[in-house]
Design a protein around this ligand. Structure first.
Ligand SMILES: [Zn+2]
Length: 312
């Protein structure tokens, strides 16, 4: 004890005069990457599939052990009759397909809240695969978007270990990537449902993670986010720069991406999307854990952890 105190004193003498040292990070990229492999080992998370049921249950069990309040928000989507899955199973159009968002809250009664989200479903068809025969097969979705999911899981572990100073809502959306190209009405199903049923207290701001695991991670400023929440975007990119991650969180405009942040923005929640859309394996069978890295997951996780600890 004495030695520890002495070291603390010495450490205190070494602190820079202009402020406290950065808190020791809890977030582990290695732990997040292991969860990425575990989650992907369950199979492609196509809504309605046995693998999706298993993955959803797996995620819910993990989150229940971490959050103050955790539940599944179920909803039903009547699938368009021409959708490839509905052609195989007509009941998806008549009775509908059951989906579920997974919600995990920390400090649920706190009025100042931050929403952190990612989509947990994976795409039913690899329509960008270079091999034509593969385009009817499901995407494993390691980067798109299990990467965001495991960053939030690992973050939840850190928030359980040291509760946040603000309320945090971790939400995993279902049905983001369900639609065929050109049918935008069948994308973002979970975030649309969540946004329509937004309870109180409402989140003050939101951050979406999508495709944040790429080994060659490069995160430019997404334009819809810039328009909706410029202060939050600046805050996140400033914190990243302060952590020495300015080569990943680059200050240049990226492509405007239709994504799960838009339904929340429409409901008045200023929300940004942290996304690396330059991913050659996007919507192909090659979207596997091998294309992702612990270092990329850790970069994003550390920035979010710092934001939560230091405030918006
Ligand atoms: Zn996708």
């Amino acid at each position: 004890m004495r030695i520890t105190l002495l070291w603390l004193l010495l450490l205190g003498l070494c602190l820079p005069a202009n402020g406290p040292a950065a808190p020791v990070g809890c977030f582990s990229g290695a732990k997040a990457y292991q969860q990425l492999k575990d989650l992907c080992a369950l199979g492609a998370r196509v809504p309605g599939s046995p693998a999706a049921r298993k993955a959803g249950d797996w995620l819910l069990t993990k989150l229940k052990a971490l959050g103050d309040e955790t539940w599944e928000q179920a909803f039903t989507h009547k699938v368009r009759a021409n959708h490839p899955l509905a052609k195989r199973d007509k009941t998806l159009s008549t009775q509908g397909l059951r989906m579920r968002n997974l919600v995990c809250r920390f400090r649920p009664r706190e009025t100042r809240r931050l929403l952190l989200a990612a989509h947990w479903d994976s795409r039913p068809f690899a329509d960008m695969d270079p091999v034509k025969a593969n385009r009817v097969k499901p995407v494993l979705g390691a980067n798109d978007a299990a990467s965001g999911v495991v960053v939030l899981l690992e973050l939840a572990r850190c928030l359980k270990a040291q509760p946040p100073g603000m309320g945090v809502d971790i939400v995993l959306f279902d049905g983001e990537d369900f639609g065929e190209q050109g049918h935008l009405d069948e994308y973002f199903l979970g975030s649309r449902f969540y946004a329509r049923n937004l309870g109180r207290p409402r989140p003050e701001a939101g951050i979406l993670l999508d495709m944040v695991g790429d080994k060659n991670l490069r995160l430019p400023l997404e334009p819809f986010s810039r328009q909706a929440a410029p202060d939050l975007q600046d805050r996140v990119w400033d914190l990243a720069e302060g952590l020495g991650l300015g080569d990943i969180f680059v200050r240049e405009p990226g492509p405007a991406v239709q994504d799960d942040h838009l339904p929340l923005i429409e409901r008045g929640v200023p929300m940004i999307d942290i996304i690396d859309f330059e991913y050659p394996q996007w919507h192909t069978l090659q979207d596997t854990p091998a294309t992702c890295s612990p270092a990329s997951l850790e970069a994003v996780g550390r920035v979010l952890e710092t934001l939560i600890r230091e405030g918006l």
